[in-house]
Design a protein around this ligand. Structure first.
Ligand SMILES: Nc1ncnc2c1ncn2[C@@H]1O[C@H](COP(=O)(O)OP(=O)(O)O)[C@@H](O)[C@H]1O
Ligand SMILES: [Mg+2]
Length: 359
């Protein structure tokens, strides 16, 4: 799978940009604040319809403009032409000029995995980020998963709204509970089934990039112990006091450990960094196994943060792009690009909202 074409209009600091890419390794070089990360953000948006910076669409519109356009051509079995237009008043997503009615139908058209400094939040930040990591991977591998998530989140939100009322409409609460339990159980099951497949890959990735001898473990801890319906009933008094839904997959945890100790609490900075890279490597590897082709990798400025040992564990993943006709986009400043990758690199110079082939 690779991106053969990228078109931007009024996206971040790009007024107008049209680029064509071959498969292989692409390096975006340039000084700070020139638009390197913005390019990766646009490519990631094509894959997931979200920014990896966790911002809303309005922030990606070029200052002073009404809306942005991001277009791309993705080559996998055939070529698909994706167009995203967003403004305050209009949102438009088409694949081969056909409007996409449900976002959940869109997942899988283009798969990408991003490595960026925000990833550190996977270890350091709240559980919601780790749930999002699992959910994205499930959405990228199971058609229909995103639709489940959307149904679940509507039912939780509706329940929470009811629980905040002075007088609770018990019939309505009951019907949202029913929906929440049905859908929630399936979400828990899918997440739980993913873990035994993902963990060995993550553990092996961690072994490759960490020189330390400890083992990485992933553990899915659901807030539902046995029976969702029973436990939801048992939480009834507490949830009325707290005015919010207290059990369910929206409260689940993905626990990251090293030698059975919490990585967030006991891990060093370097170990935390290794864990997030291992998780992302595992995401890429799992997608490759599921679909028989690697996703496009987007790597934002992280090479400079890695010591030599971690770099050498990471590089085999990158080198594979050549044999698999896949693609990597990496941003770097002139000083820290990974020269050990050798010669087969397409270099682009990014300067003030323009990107040009460099020799
Ligand atoms: N919505 C926006 N409209 C116009 N310019 C923007 C917008 N968002 C960010 N920028 C500009 O983009 C530049 C940062 O781009 P970025 O890709 O993060 O840089 P880097 O090359 O360091 O990765 C800054 O000059 C910033 O002012
Ligand atoms: Mg940047």
């Amino acid at each position: 799978m690779h991106l053969s074409r990228l078109r931007l209009r009024d996206f971040r600091n790009y007024g107008r940009l049209d680029l064509e890419f071959t498969p292989g390794f692409h390096l975006f070089l340039g000084d700070n604040a020139q638009g390197k990360t913005n390019l990766l953000e646009a490519i990631y948006l094509l894959a997931t319809l979200r920014s990896f910076r966790g911002v809303v669409s309005g922030q990606m519109v070029r200052l002073g403009q009404k809306g942005y356009f991001v277009g791309g051509s993705v080559v996998a079995q055939g070529t698909r032409d994706i167009k995203i237009y967003w403004s305050n008043r209009e949102r438009n997503l088409t694949v081969d000029s056909q409007p996409v009615r449900r976002i959940s139908d869109y997942m899988g058209v283009f798969r990408a995995v991003v490595f960026c400094s925000e990833d550190l939040q996977l270890v350091k930040g709240p559980a919601s980020g780790r749930r999002r990591f699992l959910d994205l991977l499930l959405a990228q591998t199971h058609p229909g998963y995103l639709a489940l998530l959307q149904r679940y989140s509507v039912s939780v939100r509706s329940r929470n709204a009811l629980l905040k009322q002075r007088v609770i409409d018990e019939n309505a609460l009951e019907s949202f509970s029913h929906e929440m339990i049905t859908v929630g159980q399936e979400i828990i099951e899918r997440r739980a089934q993913l873990l035994p497949k993902l963990e060995p890959i993550a553990r092996e990735s961690y072994r490759l990039i960490s020189k330390d001898a400890e083992q990485m473990q992933l553990h899915y801890h659901s807030s539902v112990k046995r029976d969702f319906a029973v436990e939801l009933k048992q939480s009834s008094t507490r949830e009325r006091a707290m005015r919010t839904t207290l059990v369910g997959p929206h409260r689940d945890e993905l626990i990251l450990s090293l030698n059975d100790k919490s990585a967030a609490q006991f891990g060093s900075e370097g170990q935390k960094r290794s864990i997030v890279i291992a998780l992302k490597m595992a995401q890429a590897e799992y997608l490759t196994q599921c679909h028989g082709m690697p996703p496009v990798l987007l790597i934002d400025d992280i090479m400079g943060e890695l010591d030599l040992h971690r770099r050498s564990g990471f590089l085999p993943l990158l080198r594979r792009v050549h044999s698999a006709q896949s693609q990597v986009f990496m941003t770097c400043t002139e000083e820290n690009w990974p020269e050990e990758l050798g010669q087969q690199i397409h270099r682009w110079r990014v300067e003030n909202g323009q990107a040009k082939r460099a020799s």
